[in-house]
Design a protein around this ligand. Structure first.
Ligand SMILES: C[C@@](CO)(OP(=O)(O)O)[C@H](O)COP(=O)(O)OP(=O)(O)OC[C@H]1O[C@@H](n2ccc(N)nc2=O)[C@H](O)[C@@H]1O
Ligand SMILES: Nc1ncnc2c1ncn2[C@@H]1O[C@H](COP(=O)(O)OP(=O)(O)O)[C@@H](O)[C@H]1O
Length: 316
């Protein structure tokens, strides 16, 4: 059987609002997530020995059962009740790890889509979404991609219909020595907030409506400026991580952007521009400071889709 290649794009958060604490210990969220064209790729080859094996070109990443790709493969195989299925997966890692860009979740989502195709399971979107939600709150978004409102733990998706978002591009920064654990960020958020959470479903729904019909989505629908972006984890993480503070300052002082924010639980930061040329020009203007502060940087387009099978001829 032919190899299957899957593209696994990163995301940024255009809005991240922590509404409440849920009975399951997770936070109730209202987010706008956006795919970008910085992507990992997975190559899957069927094997006859009933083993799930992962190889990765980044030695910092475990390839054992803690990797979300292996977890996804194990879960899928046990759900369909076919323990004899085997696979050898090679991961080309380009998304920085522990960066707030959902690289692990996107890899897990890509494994679900790739194995569904490789093993000929024909599971369909709804069942894959259910499996993804079990593996991680961000994983359903990574399957779907584009621009989505994400509610609940992050797994309840509502598409944002505007096309304009996809024209835009980001200058993305991450300090190679900085990484933030998502459980730590939410734990610290809880410590800082104490009892300061909304409590009722009515209050949650009011905030969801405010986001659906608020200034951010209206502004995303047209070219031009955006309102200041909200990420409730930014004020939790910035005081603890120096590169988040210095990177945000740098992007704010740089060539005028549509918006500047931290992505997810950080420590990645981005400045949003009308198009890729503007993001690349900003990167050139800031090259000296980026170098002096030791930041890695990328210019990425906002993307219209989540994980996707790579058919012959298209680049992974
Ligand atoms: C913060 C966000 C924003 O998009 O992304 P990252 O910065 O990690 O990319 C997400 O909420 C991360 O989603 P994801 O990384 O899938 O989280 P999970 O694996 O489900 O959960 C990891 C841990 O984060 C906390 N958690 C996660 C989601 C949520 N709604 N409430 C939480 O409190 C819990 O402590 C959980 O044990
Ligand atoms: N395939 C994977 N790629 C990246 N990280 C992974 C993967 N599988 C498991 N992880 C673990 O998930 C954690 C979060 O990584 P990542 O998804 O890159 O960041 P974030 O949750 O901040 O977006 C890390 O501790 C990492 O070891």
């Amino acid at each position: 059987m032919a190899d299957v290649t899957v593209r696994a794009p990163a995301k940024i958060n255009l809005h991240l609002e922590v509404l409440g604490l849920r009975p399951d210990g997770y936070h109730e969220l209202a987010m706008v997530m956006q795919s970008i064209d910085l992507a990992d790729s997975l190559v899957l080859r069927a094997s006859a020995d009933a083993m799930i094996r992962l190889h990765c070109d980044n030695a910092d990443l475990p390839t054992d059962g803690t990797n979300l790709i292996v977890k996804a493969a194990d879960l899928l195989r046990s759900r369909v009740g076919l323990p004899e299925l085997g696979v050898e997966i090679t991961l080309h890692k380009r998304i920085p790890i522990g960066a707030g860009l959902a690289g692990g979740s996107s890899d897990g989502a890509a494994a679900l889509v790739g194995l569904d195709a490789l093993w000929g399971l024909g599971l369909g979107t709804e069942r894959l979404h259910g499996l993804a939600a079990k593996l991680g709150s961000d994983m359903p978004f990574c399957l779907q991609g584009g621009t989505q409102l994400c509610f609940g733990r992050g797994e309840r998706l509502e598409p944002v219909p505007q096309q304009q978002v996809a024209e835009r591009a980001v200058l993305l920064l991450k300090h190679p020595q900085a990484s933030v654990s998502t459980p730590w960020a939410y734990g610290r958020c809880r410590e800082l907030r104490g009892d300061f959470y909304l409590e009722s479903e009515t209050d949650f729904e009011q905030r969801r409506q405010a986001l659906r019909h608020g200034p951010l989505l209206a502004a995303l629908a047209a070219p031009g400026p955006l309102p200041p972006l909200r990420n409730d984890l930014q004020s939790v993480v910035a005081p603890e991580v120096e590169s988040v503070r210095s990177g945000l300052d740098l992007l704010r002082l740089g060539p005028e952007a549509l918006a500047v924010a931290m992505s997810g639980s950080g420590p990645s930061l981005y400045a949003l521009y009308p198009d890729l040329a503007a993001a690349e020009a900003a990167r050139i203007t800031l090259a000296g400071e980026l170098d002096a502060l030791g930041f890695a940087s990328w210019c990425c387009r906002c993307g219209g889709s989540g994980v996707s099978l790579v058919t012959d001829g298209s680049p992974p």
